[in-house]
Design a protein around this ligand. Structure first.
Ligand SMILES: Nc1ncnc2c1ncn2[C@@H]1O[C@H](COP(=O)(O)OP(=O)(O)O)[C@@H](O)[C@H]1O
Ligand SMILES: N[C@@H](CCC(=O)OP(=O)(O)O)C(=O)O
Length: 376
C-alpha cells in the first residue's frame, strides 16, 4: 500500500525533474463562453517560466485548438464531425500559438510549435526525426509547444487524445517526469461530480486503481477522453519508467514543487530504450498471434523468444518485419513484437517444434530482442 517514503519519492521526482513534459487540457484554457481564457493561460505560463528560470527544461503539450476555434467561427457547441473539428482546430491552433508566444514573451522565452500526427511516432524514421527536433529546440532554449496536428489527422491516424500524446512525447524527449494538468484537482475513486468520491493521492501500482471508476466524458464537454484517458496515459508513462503527477491546472506551481496536490503515479517499470518503447506503445500492429499458456509464460515471465510451437492461431495480413500483437488464451494482448515471418507462411509452421521444421524456417517467430511484454 501507499507509504510516505514512496509518496515523497514520486512527487519529488516531478519537482526535481531536469526535463518535464507538462500537458494541459482544453477545459483549463478556455472560457465557458468559448474562446481562450488568457488569464488562465498566463497563469500556466507563469508556472512553466518559473521552472525554466530555476534551470529546468519544459515541453508543453497543450490542447485547446478546437475549443479556441469555436467562438471565432460562431460555433456554439463542440462539433462531432471531423471536418468541423478540423476547421475549428485550424483557426484555434493559430490563436493558441499566438497566445503562448505573447505570454512566454513576457519572460523573454521563445516558443516553438510542434504539431504531430500519430504517423510521426508510428513510423520509426519519423519518431527519430521528431526526437532530433525536440532535442535541438530544447538545446536552443526554446519552449516546445506541442499539439496533435488536428487539421490533417484523419480518424485512422489520430492519437485520439492529448493525454496519450503527452505520454508518448514524455518518452520521446526522455523526460524525467510528466505533469498532466486538468480542470479536476486529482484522480478520484469515482466521478467527482457525484457525492462521496474520494481523492486518490498516490498510485504505486495497478492494484491502487482497481476500484477506480474514471469517466470518459469530462465536465466541460470541451476535452477528449475524460479521466479515463488521463488514467491510461499516466499508467502508460509510469510503466515506461516515467513518474506522473495528475493535478489541477490552477495548482500548476505547487504541483511542480512537490506539494501534496493531485495524484502521483510512481514509475512502475524500467525505462525502455526508444526502440522498445516505440515497439510496445507507439507502433501500429498489423496482425495478431495467439499463444498457448506455455508460450505466454516463456515470453512474458522468462523473456524468451516466441517459437512456432507455442502459437495456436494467426490473424492479419502482415509481412516479416511488421509489428504484431501477442494474445494470451483469454484474449488479452500480453506483448508486441516484430514478427520474422509473413502471415502467409506462418499457418503451416505453428504448433510445430523447431526440429520438425525445414532448416530455413527454424528461427524464432518473434525474437526476444524484438519483443516487449505489456505488463502495466
Ligand atoms: N474518477 C475520476 N476522477 C477525476 N475526474 C473524473 C473521474 N471520472 C470522470 N472525471 C471527469 O474527468 C474530467 C477531466 O477530463 P477532461 O474534461 O477530458 O479534461 P481535460 O480537458 O483537462 O483533458 C473532470 O472534469 C471530471 O469531471
Ligand atoms: N488536439 C485537440 C485536443 C484533444 C484533447 O485530447 O483534448 P483534452 O482532453 O482537452 O486534452 C485540440 O487541441 O483541440
Amino acid at each position: 500500500m501507499t507509504g510516505s517514503v514512496v509518496l515523497s519519492q514520486a512527487r519529488q521526482a516531478v519537482a526535481a525533474a531536469g526535463r518535464v513534459v507538462v500537458k494541459v487540457g482544453s477545459s483549463s484554457l478556455t472560457t465557458a463562453e468559448g474562446g481562450l481564457d488568457r488569464s488562465r493561460l498566463d497563469a500556466l505560463v507563469d508556472a512553466v517560466a518559473a521552472r525554466r528560470a530555476a534551470g529546468g527544461q519544459v515541453v508543453l503539450v497543450s490542447s485547446g485548438a478546437i475549443a479556441a476555434g469555436l467562438a471565432p467561427l460562431g460555433i456554439t457547441r463542440r462539433p462531432r464531425d471531423l471536418a468541423t473539428q478540423q476547421a475549428a482546430a485550424s483557426v484555434g491552433q493559430l490563436a493558441l500559438a499566438h497566445a503562448y508566444a505573447n505570454s512566454f514573451g513576457r519572460y523573454d522565452l521563445t516558443v516553438g510549435q510542434v504539431l504531430l500526427t500519430a504517423e510521426d511516432v508510428v513510423r520509426r524514421a519519423h519518431y527519430r526525426n521528431a526526437q532530433r527536433t525536440f532535442s535541438r529546440l530544447l538545446a536552443l532554449g526554446a519552449v516546445p509547444v506541442v499539439n496533435e496536428n488536428d487539421t490533417v489527422a484523419t480518424a485512422e491516424i489520430k492519437f485520439g487524445d492529448n493525454d496519450r500524446l503527452a505520454a508518448l512525447v514524455a518518452h520521446l524527449v526522455g523526460a524525467d517526469a510528466l505533469l498532466l494538468l486538468s480542470d479536476v484537482d486529482s484522480l478520484y475513486d469515482g466521478d467527482p461530480r457525484l457525492p462521496g468520491a474520494q481523492r486518490v493521492p498516490e498510485v504505486t501500482g495497478p492494484s491502487d486503481v482497481d476500484g477506480v471508476r474514471a469517466g470518459s466524458v469530462g465536465a466541460s464537454g470541451l476535452g477528449t477522453g475524460g479521466m479515463a484517458s488521463k488514467l491510461a496515459a499516466a499508467r502508460l508513462a509510469a510503466s515506461a519508467g516515467i513518474p506522473v503527477l495528475l493535478a489541477g491546472a490552477a495548482d500548476a506551481t505547487r504541483a511542480l514543487s512537490a506539494a501534496d496536490v493531485g495524484t502521483a503515479f510512481t514509475a512502475t517499470g524500467t525505462r525502455l530504450s526508444a526502440r522498445r518503447f516505440w515497439l510496445g506503445h507507439a507502433s501500429a500492429a498489423t496482425g495478431r498471434l495467439f499463444l498457448d499458456a506455455g508460450a505466454v509464460a516463456a515470453v512474458v515471465t522468462r523473456r524468451r523468444s516466441l517459437l512456432a510451437a507455442g502459437v495456436t492461431a494467426v490473424e492479419g495480413a502482415f509481412e516479416a518485419g511488421d509489428v504484431v500483437e501477442l494474445v494470451d488464451p483469454d484474449g488479452a494482448v500480453v506483448a508486441r513484437g516484430v514478427v520474422a515471418f509473413d502471415a502467409t507462411e506462418l499457418p503451416a509452421l505453428i504448433g510445430h517444434s523447431s526440429g520438425e521444421l525445414p532448416p530455413e524456417q527454424r528461427r524464432e517467430v518473434v525474437h526476444a530482442d524484438d519483443l516487449v511484454p505489456l505488463t502495466a
